[in-house]
Write a protein that binds this ligand. Structure first.
Ligand code: FE2
Length: 345
């Protein structure tokens, strides 16, 4: 009986009626709540931020944009690349492999990349922070989110080939299931081609955003592959013409909403890949709940709250979900809502 009801509901959630109900009725109403109620302060800061005209990248109503030949992007990529030379990479990969033990880890597929941000010298960390605070980058995120963002992640990933391993974990198709909207900035620190794991993504914006999910996910998956879709299964729904990738010289970058866009990447065949990732998110994302610290910035402790005078910077580094929303467990409940209502392909 319950199985039958589940089947009927599941079928209904794949119907065109459900699709149009979400698109024309539910999402506009939900979007209003998300911007003006759940992110009230972020909306206020967004309007304040926009009082002065600021430069931004135009995503052209899409939720992604490739940036090529931007001098400031190239500058930071070259500075980082100079420091992370071959010797540095070899040493870090050796150290990582010596300490690798996936048994204790939540994600069972994290054997192919190292976050090297924390071992950078202070001046390079500061350069990355300044890049994250760059007005053009913040404005691009704010324009996409329609609320002022927080910085949810700063990672500098060194990916490397692992013998006899195929695409797995985040190298398979997925959306990052952490919230309603985000904007990630991925910046290539070394040149990327098919040998070192380009980031692949669907070109077209999905009008339903997080309220749309593919159903042919990996069965009985381990943590790290849940809700992910094999490359073969994905190709049965989306042909190659629908897919683009971030390739090319160091300094190329992509802005992409990883919550709403199907993406995969980072599988290195023969060469290493170095990629900076800065995630602009909002305080209701489940991803940021443990990454906003009280007195110093989670990703760079030299940044102390008491020393930050700029209200926008204070928000970017330290804005936590307010007490009321925390009490209502807003982030978890919103995730439940997205899962419950999504249109199924
Ligand atoms: Fe992802």
């Amino acid at each position: 009986m319950i199985k039958n009801i589940k089947q009927i509901l599941s079928k209904f959630k794949s119907s065109k009626i459900w699709y149009y109900f979400l698109l024309f009725f539910f999402i506009p109403v939900y979007n209003f709540f998300w911007e003006f109620i759940f992110n009230f302060q972020g909306k206020l800061y967004y309007y304040l931020w926009k009082l002065k005209k600021k430069d931004s990248f135009d995503l052209k109503k899409n939720d992604k944009l490739i940036v090529e030949n931007d001098p400031s992007f190239k500058k930071i990529a070259y500075d980082l690349k100079n420091h992370i030379n071959e010797d540095f990479q070899k040493k870090e990969i050796h150290r990582f492999n010596q300490n690798l033990n996936l048994r204790g880890k939540v994600n069972k597929f994290e054997d192919y990349r190292i976050d090297i941000f924390q071992i950078l010298p202070t001046n390079l960390k500061q350069q990355i922070i300044d890049f994250a605070l760059n007005e053009r980058n913040i404005s691009t995120a704010a324009n996409h989110l329609k609320v002022f963002p927080v910085i949810g992640k700063i990672y500098l990933f060194l990916n490397f080939p692992v013998e006899e391993k195929k695409e797995r974990g985040a190298m398979l198709w997925h959306k990052d299931d952490f919230g309603y909207k985000s904007l990630d900035l991925f910046l290539a620190i070394n040149d990327i081609d098919n040998q070192n794991g380009p980031l692949y993504f669907l070109k077209k914006k999905e009008p339903l955003g997080v309220f749309c999910k593919l159903t042919n996910v990996i069965k009985n998956a381990l943590p790290g592959e849940r809700n992910k879709i094999s490359i073969k299964n994905f190709s049965e729904i989306f042909s190659d013409e629908n897919i683009d990738a971030l390739r090319g010289p160091a300094g190329n970058a992509i802005f992409v909403d990883s919550f709403t866009t199907y993406h995969r990447g980072g599988y290195c065949f023969s060469k290493n890949r170095i990629m900076l990732r800065i995630c602009y998110q909002t305080p209701d994302s489940i991803d940021v709940q443990h990454k906003i610290s009280e007195n110093s910035f989670y990703f760079f402790e030299d940044i102390k709250k008491k020393n930050i005078k700029n209200i926008f910077h204070k928000y970017l580094f330290f804005k936590k979900l307010n007490f009321f929303w925390k009490l209502l467990r807003l982030p978890d409940n919103l995730m439940r809502l997205y899962r419950l209502l999504h249109y199924k392909i």
